[in-house]
Structures are given as C-alpha cells and as structure tokens.
Design a binder for this molecule. Structure first.
Ligand code: SAM
Length: 170
C-alpha cells in the first residue's frame, strides 16, 4: 500500500468516529446541527436559483442532518468517504475523479483535512468542469483555499477568525 493510500485509509477510520460537538443530534459536529444551519438552508437555494445552477454534488455530505431538510431546487447527489446514511455514495475526494456536477458543495470538509490534502482537494475542485463551488472557508486553512467569492455569508466568528460560507465561480 502506498503512503498516500495508507493516509486515506487512516483518515477513513478517523472520520468514522465523527465529531462530538453536534451530539446527540449529529456526529458531524456543531456546524451541522439544524439550529446552526438556519441561514445556509435559506441562502443556498437562493444562490442556486440566482446562478441557475442545474446540479449539486455534496461532497463530504455527512449524515444529511440539515441537507435533507432543504429543497435545493436542482438535482442533488451526496458523497462521503464514510457513507453514514443511505442515499450517500462512498467517495474519496482525494483519490477519486470528481463526479459530474454543475456545482460542488464542500461544507466543513476541507478544514478537517491535513494541509497537503486540503491543497490537493482545492486544486482539483478549482480545475474541475463545474461552474460553481459552495464551500466553508476557515481562515486557518492554506492560503490557496482563500478564493474571492461571488457571494458569501458569515457563519460564525471565533476570536479573530471569521468562518464563511462562500459561492465561488470556477
Ligand atoms: C464535519 S463533517 C461535515 C458534513 C456535512 N458537509 C455537513 O455540513 O453537515 C465532514 C465530512 O467530510 C467527510 N470527509 C472527510 N474526508 C473526505 C474525503 N476525502 N472525501 C469525501 N468526504 C470526506 C467526513 O467523513 C465527514 O462526513
């Protein structure tokens, strides 16, 4: 097994445990709770309509805790390294080719990857044939992930850090 494969496999088991901040509601962390996602559940369908997005691939979709409540107004498909619920396809953003989509949605995913994987994933998304990328931005992520968005929403502020949801035109 290559070093890269070992790393991906390790991450799979690490991610299986999930995060405690959203328990007992969700294993996907504080930011995935229904209450915490109120603004993004409103704004994402608005962006989809405004930019005439035809299909959304939700990568690192988790347990669909909040996304299952949203009518995105376009075709929707969910992917995750750890398919936690039915309806989510097993998929590894680092080692597999991107599924075809008009827009990728990568929410609270890249911030959990080691810096080298985060850069690989971002480069891949930016080079894709999709027209848009919806992502959470954490200022502590590598510089290459800090792309000027066409739309943004402040999700959270913690000390000097501002966490945003961004719509990026690719
Ligand atoms: C904090 S959760 C966020 C889930 C969801 N996006 C949300 O907003 O509720 C991060 C998810 O990314 C997934 N993930 C981590 N690395 C991944 C990879 N390389 N490819 C696909 N999914 C990955 C994890 O398994 C986990 O379900």
């Amino acid at each position: 097994m290559s070093e890269h494969e070992k790393h991906v496999r390790m991450n799979g088991s690490e991610f299986k445990k999930g995060w405690t901040g959203g328990l007992p509601e969700t294993p996907c962390g504080y930011g995935s709770r229904v209450k915490q996602t109120r603004k993004q559940r409103i704004i994402i369908p608005e962006w989809i309509e405004r930019y005439e997005i035809q299909s959304l691939a939700d990568i690192g979709a988790g347990d669909l805790n909040w996304s299952k409540l949203v009518d995105f107004g376009c075709a929707y498909a969910a992917y995750d390294l750890v398919p936690r619920v039915s309806g989510v396809t097993r998929y590894d953003l680092i080692s597999e080719a991107l599924p075809a989509a008009d827009c990728y949605m990568v929410i609270w995913v890249l911030n959990h990857l080691p810096a080298n994987q985060c850069k690989i994933a971002m480069r891949k998304l930016l080079k894709s044939k999709a027209r848009y990328l919806i992502m959470t931005h954490d200022p502590r992520m590598p510089k290459s992930t800090d792309i000027k968005p066409v739309e943004s929403l402040v999700l959270r502020r913690k000390a000097e850090h501002i966490f945003e949801l961004r719509l990026i035109r690719l």
